[in-house]
Write a protein that binds this ligand. Sequence first.
Ligand code: 9WN
Length: 442
Amino acid sequence: TELLQAPATTRDGAWRGAAEVLIGNWTGTSTVPSRSLYPHQWSWDSAFLAIGWRHLSPRRAQRELESLLGAQWGDGRVPHIVFNPSVPLGAYFPSPDFWRSSAAGAGRGAPATVETSGIVQPPVHALAALLVHEADPEISRRRGFLTRLYPRLARWHDYLARRRDLGRGGLAAVVHPWEPGMDNSPCWDGPLARIEPAEPGTFRRADLDHGAATDRPTDLDYGRYVRLAAEYRDAGYDDAAAPHGFAVEDPNFNALFIASEYALAEIAAEVGAAPAGHLARAERLTRALLDRLWDAEAGVFRCRDLHAGGDGLIPETSVAGLVPLIVPGLPGPVVDALLRTLTGPHFALGDRTGLAPSYDLRGHAFDPSRYWRGPAWFNINWLIERGLRLQGVPERADALRSAFLRSAAGSGYAEYVDPLTGEPRGARRFGWTAALTLDLLG
Ligand code: 9WN
C-alpha cells in the first residue's frame, strides 16, 4: 500500500506515470535505468533513483543504496555498474567478461561474489542517503540505515580524495569518459584524441540494438572507451600503477563530491560520529574547485585536462560547468556569473523547452540529438533546479521545475530530449527521469 499513496490532485497523471516506471524497472534489490538499454545497476542512477523512491517506498529507496554500496570494493571505490547475473552477457557491452572485476580487481578488494565494472561515477550517494533518511527518519533509524551506510560512504569519499587526486591540487580526477557520466561530452574530444582506439572488430556494441546510432556516441568514441578501460583493467585497477591516458578534473563530479561531503557531515552527526572532518574537506574541495576550474572571463567552470600543457583548461562550455550552483558558500560574483551564463545565449534557460542543454547552444560541436553533446538531461536539470533554490532565485527554480515536469511526462520519461524542440531521445521509461519527476512533484 505504501507504494500507491498518490496525492489526490490533478498532478496524478504525471505521478502515476512516473511511479509505474519505477515499479516496472525495480528488480527486487535495485532499479535498472532502462529495461532495454541499461539492464544492470548504475552508480549515479541509483542515487537519483533512491531520491525518487523515497516518495513511494522509503524501504526500497534504502535498499537501492544498500545494494549499490554492498558491491563496494575494499579500496573504497563504488563501481559504476553492478551486474545482474541473470541478464545474458550480450545484453549490454562491456559485460562482466570484459571488466573481470573479481579476478583483475582482486588486488584492490573487488567483491568475489558479484561482478562489477572497475571505474566510478559521480558521488551523489551521500546526498541521496541523507534525502532518503529525511523522507522517513523513523524507518531509517529502525533499520539502522545511516549507521550501516555511513562507514561505506566515508570510505568511498576517502578513495576519491586519496587515490584520485591525480593532479595533486585537491580535486578528484576521472580516468575514463564514462566516469563523469557524460560519456561523449565535447570536453573529452581533446583528451581523447591522444588515445589509440581499440580495433573495431574486437568488441560488439550492444547499445545500437536499442538506441538510434545518431543519438549515441560514435564507433570511434567506443574504440577509445574500450582501450582506456582495458588498460585500467590490465593494471589491476590500481590507480598508482595504471597509465591513465585520460585524466581530467570535472566540475560536475567535484561539485557533487562537495555537496555529498556536506551531506556526510550531517549523516555523521546523525549517527554520532564527528562531522568536522567532512566539513573541512568540503571547504577544501570548494577552494580547489575555485582555484583550479573557475574561468572568470567565461563565467563558467571548465574541465581541466591533466595531460595538456599550460593551465590545461579545456575550452569547451558544458553544463557540467554550471552544476557547481549546488555548492554552498560560493563567492557572490561567481554565483552571479553562473546565473548570467545559464540564462544568456549559450544555455538560454527558460527559452524553448525551458530546460538547460548539456552543451553550449552556440558551441562548434553542438548537436541537439547526440547524447551529451546538446540534449537536455533530467538529472542535470534537477541539480540546476536545486542549485537555483540554494542560491536564492526561487522564481527561476519554479520555472525550471514546471519545464522539467512538462517535458518529463510529455516525453514518456525519456532519457533525454532535444533542447530546442523537446523531442524525446534515447530510452523511454528511463529511471532517473521518472524518479526525479516524483521528487519535484514532492
Ligand atoms: C555508460 C546509465 C548510464 C548513465 C550515464 C549515461 C549512460 C552508459 C552507456 O548510461 O552511460 O556508463 O552505456 O552509455 O551516459 O550517465 O549513468 O543510465
